[in-house]
Structure formats: C-alpha cells, structure tokens
Write a protein that binds this ligand. Sequence first.
Ligand code: 1CP
Length: 353
Amino acid sequence: MHKKPLVRSQVGEKLMLTALAGQPYERPPIWLMRQAGRYLPEYRDLRAEAGSFLNLCLTPGFAAEATLQPLRRFPLDAAILFADLPLPALALGQDLSYRDGEGPVLPPIRDRVGVSKLHMARFHEVLAPVYETVRLVRQKLPPDRALIGFAGAPWTLATYMVEGGGSTDHAHTKRFAYGDPAGFSALIDLLVEATGDYLIAQIEAGADIVQIFDSWASSLPDYGFSRWCLDPIRKITARIKAAYPLVPIIAFPRGIGFFYEGFAAATGVDAVSLDTGVSLAAAAKLKEETVIQGNLDPQLLVTGGRAMKEATDQIMARLSGENYIFNLGHGIVPQTPVEHVTALVSQILTWRK
Ligand code: 1CP
C-alpha cells in the first residue's frame, strides 16, 4: 500500500495519524465508537445538569466535557466530538427533538416539496456551538491525542430526515428514492454540500481526523448503492481533500458485507471502519488495500472477562501491525460495565505479539 506523507510537526506525536498514514507503530491506536455516553456515571450527571440532550450537544462547555470524559478515565488515543448525527437536519430548517432515553424525532420529509423547504441560510449559525466545542476540546486535549470530528453520511442522515427518526427497514426513504430518484437526489445533493461544509468547519476549528458514519448503508441493495452511498461519500471526500489533503478521512459504511472490498478506492477515504459482521480473514485482506478500524462486538464489552479477552486476542493476532486501528464494530451500549472498558484498553496498551 502507498505510504502517505505525514505533516512534519505531527510525526511521532499522534499515534492515530501514524496509523492512518499506513506507517509502522509499536502498537495499534485504540478509541471506541460512542466512547462517551450513558455507560459512564459522569456522563449521566452531565446529561442531568444539561437538562435536555439537545442542550448538551449545543452547549460547548457541556459538549466539550462529554467529549473529554472518556479520556480522563481511559488512556485512549483519540477523542471523538460529542454531538449527534441529525444536528445538520436541524441546521437545514427541520425540527429536531429527543424523547427521554431515546433517539431523534423529526417531522418526516417524504417528497420533493418537503426537500424544497430545506435551506442553508442559517446552517453555520445553528452549528456554531459544535465548532466551538471542537475548539474547546482541542485546547484541552494533550497534543499526542487526536480529535476526531464526525458527520453522518448523506444516505444515513436522509433516513432520519425521511423516516422522522430511527427505523430498521427505511421503507419511506426507499420509496422516495426509488419512486422519485430526481427528487431524492435533490435531498442527497443538499446533504453532500451541507456535510462537506460541516466537516470542513470542524477541521478549521481543530479536528485532526474526520469520520463519516453511514450507519444505515447496509439497507441499500446493489441498485442504489453507488448512487446513494458511494457517490455522496466520494464527493464529500474530494471536497475535503481539495481543501485539506493531509486530514485523514475514515468512513463507517456499516453492514455492507462484500461491498467493503474496493470501498476505500471508490470513495477516496483513507480508512474504513468495519462492523462486527466482517470476518477476520476478510479484514486481513482489506488491510492490504486500506487502513482498517474495528471490529470487536460491543456485546463482548458488556460480557467482559474471558470471552472479551479471547476475542480481542484473536483480533490483535490477526490484524495488529500497521494499517490497523483497534475499535468496536459499533457503538458502546449503555449496559457496559466501566471496568470492562478499563480492562480492554489496558489489554491493547500492553499487547505484544
Ligand atoms: O462518544 C461518541 O461517540 C460521541 C458522540 C456521538 C456520536 C458519534 C453520539 C452521542 N451520537 C453519535 C453518532 C450517531 N447518532 C450515529 C452514528 C453512529 C452509530 O451508528 O451508532 C447515529 C445513527 C446516531 C443517531 C442516534 N442518536 C441514536 C440512534 C437512534 C436510532 O434508533 O437509530 C440515538 C439513540 C441517539 C442519541 C445519542 N447520541 C449520542 C448519545 C450519547 C445519545 C444518547 C442520548 C442520551 O444521553 O439520552
């Protein structure tokens, strides 16, 4: 694999950037998807203090604190911006709220008339607190820890905007996309523009890396996969690379199975995050074409003990070495005991071949 140049001032400083450049390292970096959140008692306290989840996300002092909490407990190699995936929908003029302990709720947009009401006029104004959070975190984060900015991919964000919240079948989104591809394209094109702007603003505020979450890419069949998953991510990547060629981009196209092969080349991203369904054999093969991240089952982190240790050893034995970042295959769940996270992080930090 081609080795990418590192920014001189960052050489040897951030293990995450060394790994993302495909350079050799002593051990793989580790961070964990959804490392902030309800499994941490200090997060639950902060959440109660903030009142609402939206207030937590959009108050820089609170959001920066939530971002930093997991790094105070565990020696992780990266912090990930505390925000939520549907925030750009709010910034485009769609209402967004949260029911206690649950996911986002939005008034659904089901057709091109709905799409035509969205606009960029107040986009950066609404998201300004997120950029301020990035600035605050970068100031407080030690220089050897990376800060990951993030956004949802257009397809995944569109599923929340069209369904009006979380869904497992994405039936309305598919009916819109298949039935009126030009109308749905107008939504995706707007989200490509908005997401590119959003990630560039996070980089300008101090994010070292950005990750694009296509958490519902799994729901696209071959028909539509290029148009709604690959193309939008490729366009966003090209735009970021034109402005900031040295900022690594990670994509998480969750659950895409065989489509993982060639994904990095097709989109231009520097790394792909693997879900729990990718076999270690397939992951080892993917590692020859791009940097990979993943893919311990978050439920093993709930179980802990021997099962977690064995599974982690198997992953490390097969994948550690350059081009690999340790992570989960999806986010930490609220039932996770904190001690299991401590044990996992220490296993990676002390791991030797
Ligand atoms: O530590 C971190 O990772 C920080 C922040 C973070 C991130 C990166 C949160 C906080 N959310 C996200 C991304 C996100 N949000 C994704 C992509 C990653 C993934 O696939 O898990 C998605 C799909 C969402 C949407 C969302 N937000 C859901 C899922 C809803 C559904 O049914 O589809 C939920 C439950 C939320 C709320 C949320 N976001 C984050 C937290 C800590 C919470 C829980 C809110 C609470 O405290 O009550």
